[in-house]
Design a protein around this ligand. Structure first.
Ligand code: NAP
Length: 468
């Protein structure tokens, strides 16, 4: 009876997790997705807690309290620090899986080891390997993103790096195979910690050759490792919910990593072995290119006469926290019957969905957020493309310059609009460290300044002219 109830509880939790992922598909339902995920986790914990085999309740209460203690401050980090916060969550997930696998191994060995069949032992070793690797890998990734001093930002490479990694991996697999065959041998008790040590080392070795630039993609990959580790844990503990939740986690992490690679025109192997993210050499052509500047007053006049305005937000909007001013500008333009759309590049900003989150915070209707492929069809009819702190995602070099590090990356085709206004503070390049031809184009006018301040000026101009 109790078993049946717990199985139903697990099915309900699984449904919650699937709905959570499904609702994350669009900004309109994303909040529900979060609630469904929380509900699924709460049900899973309660159902497991209610099992008769659980007798040490104080430990569970202690673990939940510790979770809150760490989780509450983690939830308060600013949006720009969410990538490293996410990496820390994966680190904890990986560590939990690794520790559960370790405890289970020694527990079973203590009880004679009869339950350590070849299948269970293989799952246990996969869990431990992936769990500890995710732990140190994610700590390194979080450290690189947070730019902590003791972790080098630049990719660290040395001769025969991949060969050495492969050799260590071979040793780990050989030791793992021996353990699967003789899980209770006396030497096995020593080999097990060696495997733990190797997987902790792997986590570090896998991350050091990867530059800060690729960290968000790597975090998605580590997410998928943590998920696979949970699947293996599900097999070890014979827990179906862990298998389902881990598989969802593992596959969604992998899909996200693939989407990000595509959006940056990078291959998976290129991210993992490419040592990308080294500081790019800005190409000096020698000639001084000339920017044309416009005043907020002049820009406001052109905006007022437009019928279609496309706002292209980027990392600079996040830095300036300009989203609420952007909302005011949106209101001013809409009041005049002007169509305003937001062009969302999948890797604008510094994390997936960065722009969606900011614009949602400012209550901009989701229906006016348009994905890159769709908005690009409208760009030739667009009267004004207003670039708000975006750079790489509107750089035409991605289409035209084969030598550019971003060549082949899909971009928002701002250069096809009749007029381009670009807001940024200075002449410095964006994330990829390269010049942007868009800013020197005939149809482009720069609005130099902090995005929040410049948009504020535009709003003031429009509000003023509306009173006449
Ligand atoms: P970007 O290329 O980094 O350019 C941002 C621009 O914003 C800069 O040129 C900067 O110029 C300007 N800016 C900064 N602070 C500003 C402020 N307060 N006011 C106005 N402007 C400001 O950004 P992006 O076009 O969004 O492209 C994102 C880049 O990040 C891509 O290269 C992408 O591959 C990479 N990336 C994204 C993700 C992701 O998941 N989204 C992950 C990894 C890498 P000034 O300094 O002159 O103001």
């Amino acid at each position: 009876m109790l078993y049946g109830l717990s199985q139903i509880g697990y099915i309900v939790a699984s449904v919650c997790f699937i709905l959570a992922l499904h609702w994350m598909n669009t900004p309109a339902t994303a909040r529900n997705g979060v609630y469904a995920g929380v509900a699924g986790t709460a049900i899973a914990i309660l159902v497991t807690w209610a099992e008769p085999a659980v007798i040490h309740h104080l430990w569970i209460i202690g673990a939940i309290a510790a979770g809150f203690l760490v989780g509450i401050p983690l939830s308060r980090v600013p949006l720009t620090a969410v990538p490293q916060r996410t990496a820390l969550s994966h680190a904890f997930g990986g560590l939990a899986a690794g520790l559960v696998g370790t405890a289970e191994y020694y527990l079973q060995v203590g009880e004679g080891g009869t339950s350590l069949t070849a299948f269970r032992m293989s799952a246990l070793i996969a869990e431990v390997l992936l769990g500890y690797l995710t732990f140190t890998g994610s700590i390194m990734a979080a450290g690189k993103l947070q730019e902590v001093k003791w972790i080098p930002q630049r990719p660290v490479t040395y001769p025969m790096q991949n060969l050495i990694n492969l050799l260590l991996f071979g040793i780990a697999i050989a030791l793992a195979a021996a353990l699967v065959m003789y899980p209770t041998a006396v030497w096995a008790l020593v080999v097990f910690p060696v495997i733990i040590g190797l997987s902790l080392l792997f986590g570090v070795l896998l991350i050091i050759p990867i530059g800060g630039a690729d960290m968000p993609t790597v975090i998605a990959i580590l997410n998928s490792y943590a998920g696979l580790s949970a699947v293996a844990m599900g097999f070890v503990l014979d827990n179906k919910l862990l298998i389902t939740a881990g598989a969802l986690d593992g596959s969604s992490g992998l899909i996200l990593a693939i989407i990000m690679c595509k959006a940056m025109n990078r291959s998976f192997t290129n991210v993992l072995f490419g040592a990308f993210g080294q500081v790019q050499q800005a190409k000096g052509t020698g000639e001084q290119k000339v920017y044309k500047s416009e005043t907020p007053e002049g820009a406001a006049q052109i905006l007022e006469q437009s019928s279609l305005v496309v706002v292209i937000p980027g990392y600079g909007m996040a830095v300036a926290q300009a989203q609420h001013k952007v909302r005011e500008l949106y209101d001013q333009l809409k009041k005049r019957g002007i169509t305003v759309k937001f062009a969302i590049h999948p890797v604008a900003g510094r994390m997936p969905g960065h722009m969606n989150v900011l614009l949602a915070e400012a209550d901009i209707p989701y229906t006016d957020l348009v994905e890159m492929e769709d908005i690009n069809r409208d760009m030739p009819q667009c009267d004004v493309a207003l670039v708000v702190g975006a750079n790489d995602v509107v750089n035409p070099a991605a289409r035209t310059d084969k030598t550019s590090p971003i060549y082949g990356m899909p971009i928002i085709e701002a250069d096809k609009a009749r007029t381009v206004f670009a807001i940024k503070r200075s002449k410095s390049p964006g994330f990829a460290g390269i010049d942007n031809e868009l800013y020197f184009a005939d149809r482009t006018w720069m609005l130099f300044g902090d995005a929040k301040a410049v948009i504020g000026e535009l709003v003031k101009e429009l509000a003023g002219s509306g009173m006449h």
